[in-house]
Ligand binder design. Structure first.
Ligand code: NDP
Ligand code: SSN
Length: 332
């Protein structure tokens, strides 16, 4: 299979966009040997909203992919595409050269990497572990220590971008850790994403991701407040969305999610429970370095209310329901 990657070494960005390209993952490929592809087998642990399309894109690009997921049935669509299956994270790690993990939260990321039958048990010198889950820096460093104690390399690489960018291979990778592993997996990151940042020591990718999601979570609350206030004073919230989209505070998120929020529909792209987790982790980070983040703290309270209303698995835009509930409570 022909590899079709051309990397710009100065910018560390792929010099391609548009059509899906093929990446050589065969150890015997001459293109791979020429250094323009990825050599070896790729593991993928965690096939949720994000992990499934990411793994799918690797398979479509021609990679030799082995998958594992706690709920085995979620592997089936990937197996139909040609993926192999292993019954534990350790099994995946021992049969693959590089293993990616996309897990829900710090607890599951640590368990899958470091627990019984975890990936670390299958790691060895020459192998790499790339954790793309959103976790805090403490967890990432914990996983890094476990993985590197086996002689393997570790890279954290949380992503910006949601379900659709994951499907379209347009994620943004925020990487940190072993730089040679970063360079080695760059062709794979370029299959799954549109850009990648290398941020130095382990922890920097995790904290970058938390800062970004802290801003996103508070923006969403502010937007929800704006929609409800406009409705209350007799404005058409759809016009508000249109006005916002043309001005300085326009954001794809508002145009994308606003119209369904007006209809009280929250099809899940980014689960609300994960947004609340990210705010909780950002608040802990602020606490650790004595940085006040009061707006994020207030937003977090609303996501907690939304969770208590049974909205944890809805899209995070369902936080608007927590504001509606506040109005109802104040009228009782
Ligand atoms: N959705 C989004 O827009 C984005 C999400 N993220 C982050 O990516 C990560 C994954 O998100 P997403 O795919 O949306 O989440 P999902 O909830 O859809 O998937 C979570 C994955 O974690 C697995 N998992 C959960 N708990 C455990 C456990 N105890 N042991 C083993 N596996 C476990 C799930 O397995 P099972 O199928 O068995 O439940 C599933 O594979 C999160 O950290 C999230 O914050 C980052 C960017 C965007
Ligand atoms: O962690 C989730 C991020 C979602 C997004 O960037 O759109």
């Amino acid at each position: 299979m022909a590899a079709a990657f051309l990397l710009c070494p100065r910018l560390a960005l792929p010099l391609r966009r548009g059509s899906r390209l093929l990446v050589s993952c065969s150890a015997s490929s001459s293109d791979a040997a020429a250094g323009v592809g990825f050599q070896g087998r790729v593991g993928f642990l965690g096939l949720g909203i994000m992990g499934a399309p990411m793994a799918s894109n690797l398979i479509t690009a021609g990679c030799d992919v082995t998958v594992w997921n706690r709920t085995k049935s979620k592997c089936d669509p990937l197996l139909s595409l040609g993926a192999k299956f292993e019954s534990s994270p350790a099994g995946v790690a021992s049969s693959c050269d590089v293993t990616f993990a996309m897990l829900a939260d710090p607890e599951s990321a640590a368990e899958v990497a470091c627990g019984t039958n975890g990936a670390a048990e299958g790691m060895a010198p020459g192998k790499g572990y790339v954790d793309v889950s959103t976790v805090d820096d403490v967890t990432s460093k914990f996983i890094s220590r476990h993985i590197t104690s086996t002689g393997a390399s570790f890279l954290e690489a949380p992503v910006s971008g949601s379900k659709k960018p994951a499907e379209d291979g347009l994620l943004i990778f925020l990487t940190a850790g072993d730089e040679s592993l970063y360079k080695r997996v760059a062709p794979l990151l370029d299959v799954m994403g549109k850009s990648r940042f290398y941020l130095g020591d382990v922890g920097n990718g995790a904290t970058m991701k938390l800062v970004v999601n802290m801003v996103m979570g508070t923006m969403m609350v502010s937007f929800a407040e704006g929609l409800l206030l406009s409705e209350k004073v007799g404005l058409d919230p759809n016009t508000v969305i249109e006005v916002i989209s043309q001005g300085a505070i326009s954001a794809p998120m508002f145009s994308l999610k606003g119209p369904s929020m007006v209809k009280a529909a929250y099809p899940t792209a980014f689960p609300l429970k994960h947004q609340q987790k990210d705010l909780r982790l950002a608040l802990a980070l602020g606490e650790m370095v004595s940085q006040p983040i009061p707006t994020a703290a207030a937003a977090n309270e609303l996501y907690k209310v939304a969770k208590s209303l049974g909205l944890a698995d809805q899209d995070f835009s369902a936080v608007i329901e927590a504001l509606k509930a506040k109005v109802q409570n104040s009228q009782q």
